[in-house]
Design a protein. Sequence first.
Length: 325
Amino acid sequence: MDTATSTIMTTSTKVELEAPDISAYRSGNRGIDYVTTFDSGRPGPHVLVNAVTHGNEICGAIAVDRLFKMKVRPTRGKLTLAFANVDAFLRFDPAAPHTSRFVDEDFNRVWTAETLDSARDSTELRRARALRPLIDEADFLLDIHSMHDPHGPVMICGPLAKGIRFARDIGIPEFIVSDKGHANGTRMRDYGGFGDPASPKNALLVECGQHWEKAAATVAWQTVWRFLRHLDVVDADLARAQIDTAPAPAQKVVEVTDALIAETVDYRFVEGAEGLAIIAKKGDLIAHDAGKPVVAPYDHCVLIMPSLHHVKAGLTAVRIGRIVG
């Protein structure tokens, strides 16, 4: 069966993608399970393509599996292919696909020296500590993700100008989201030199669409090849053969300004308030929170990843931003 086209219906979600068998990559060659580095022997950057930061986001695993099977090798520098939160990924069940995002805690909220050096313990922290030397070593990172709700793909570039430039260099998706991360922890793409304006290191996090739709695997594959081509670490003819020749839409940069926090569990978006929707006027309705109207605080307000799947009082229901530049 094609690993990218299996379809299973759950009570609320169609799972169109099949998680690949990654057992062949366990031993790797770095002394870290599920991590393999290919060294060209020529000067150049160390480029890292990372999948399954969250265990139920399988489009990245499909892309990395395909890179292995194609025997892609760097023409300069080093190329590392990694599967991150493998313990969560190996629990993925298409009949219950929401249950394997993580084992103990969000793997993508632990990436500070203080947290990694702390006495805290969890499945995710143990894995992050094992991967830390690799992340410290990498010059460029592409971290491949997907989203719970239907949503157009977005490139998360962080708050720095270098991240925005990098996202523009890749050229897709249409929407680039510039943000300062999350209040409840630091992402891998913001860790260390990636989040330092003075460092030449750079990182991107691509959200490829809804977790299990076929299109997410396509976005992941196209983004990987544009990333590798831009960094000039793979054969140009090979990259050209993989990259869609259709013109990409002009990119738009959305600067996140606020997170709208649910006050109650009775939080409901109005019709049309979906991902990347633009709320035209200040004061226009976005949602109701136990009957209380939630309105746009400014004109042309863009909604980023609205979701009620994990809605709780005090948690973010949606982030909002402005198109800039």
